[in-house]
Design a protein around this ligand. Structure first.
Ligand SMILES: [Ca+2]
Ligand SMILES: [Ca+2]
Ligand SMILES: [Ca+2]
Length: 319
């Protein structure tokens, strides 16, 4: 008995320690459901003001401080867990941005420099740890006859056309036994010669890339997100969705209980949006995780100062 009384203070200290360390965050990482907010956001020429010799066409004006401040406010208000970003020149720009505006959120950053002569790439910010990351750049576009498409202008003339900015593939650990792979893309913009054909070819190439995961596991959870430069009823988007195939990829807006108009889905231009061109598509296995009616275009008073696009976001739940 005397020995037990001697131990009592130690037992109390250990009990208090166990209680205090069982914070909500620890419980969250074990059994309780986790809800994540996922977004895609084109940050509009998030470049530095250096003329880099290895980027023939980089914009050396840099993004204005006013625009970066506005971007910081939009990101803070959005408070998304995982954000696919487009038009970034360097990883350091994202690092500095996170340190300055989002230091409480502790984002991991995935970014690789792409082949794009203008020096911009896609990236991913995630509050959840990265298990795997790579920029898939060995994807070359094919025309409708299956022939490799070639550039018809400038110093790239006659060279095979790669996927614009590459496809960033990042696998993230949400919780024990729950991993999600994100494919961030930025399709060729504009209506110039080759552009519409390139987007069609990019849609086909993208499906071939994601199919590799799907073939291994029909229940795989993946998200394809970014700036597609095409509206929901375009041929490009129809190819990505492949709704009449054995691998339908659903645009999260089409999973809503009522039809959402193009105007409500529009993400560009940010000051008066009428073009829905930023999208989030999900694998068949991810549909069960989608939180019904969570898809939205994120509107913020500072958004028009930050970028010419608005973020598109939605939520997923993991039990
Ligand atoms: Ca530069
Ligand atoms: Ca340059
Ligand atoms: Ca799932």
């Amino acid at each position: 008995m005397k020995n037990k009384l001697k131990l009592l203070p130690f037992i109390l200290v250990i009990a208090v320690f166990i209680c205090c360390s069982s914070s909500p965050k620890m419980l969250e990482s074990t059994n309780s459901p986790v809800v994540i907010t996922v977004a895609t956001y084109n940050l509009l020429n998030f470049t530095d003001n250096i003329d880099d010799p290895d980027s023939p066409f980089d914009q050396d004006r840099g993004k204005s401080q006013k625009a970066i401040d506005a971007l910081g406010e939009v990101f803070k208000a959005m408070n998304a867990d995982i954000i696919g970003v487009e038009e970034i020149e360097k990883k350091e720009l994202l690092k500095d941005f996170c340190n300055k505006y989002l230091s409480e959120s502790k984002y991991f950053i995935s970014f690789f420099k792409s082949w794009d002569p203008s020096g911009i790439s896609v990236g991913l910010l995630t509050k959840y740890p990265i298990l795997n990351e790579k920029l898939i750049e060995d994807v070359f576009l094919k025309d409708e006859n299956g022939n490799t498409m070639l550039f018809n202008y400038g110093f790239l003339k006659e060279k095979p056309i790669p996927f614009s900015r590459g496809i960033l593939k990042v696998t993230v650990k949400i919780k024990k036994g729950e991993e999600v792979t994100f494919y961030v893309v930025h399709f060729k913009a504009g209506m110039s010669e080759q552009s519409p054909e390139r987007r069609i070819a990019e849609a086909q190439a993208l499906r071939e890339v994601v199919r590799k995961e799907y073939t291994k596991d029909k229940n795989v959870d993946f998200v394809v997100l970014g700036d597609f430069n095409e509206t929901p009823r375009s041929n490009t988007v129809k190819i990505i969705e492949g709704l009449d195939t054995n691998m339908p990829l659903r645009n999260v807006f089409t999973l809503s209980s009522q039809e959402i108009s193009n105007k409500e889905r529009a993400s560009h231009p940010s000051y008066n949006p009428y073009r829905p061109i930023d999208h989030i598509f999900i694998s068949p296995g991810m549909v069960e995780n989608y939180v019904k009616d969570s898809a939205q275009v994120f509107k913020h008073p500072k958004a028009p100062d930050a970028s010419d696009h608005l973020p598109v976001m939605c939520k997923f739940m993991f039990n």
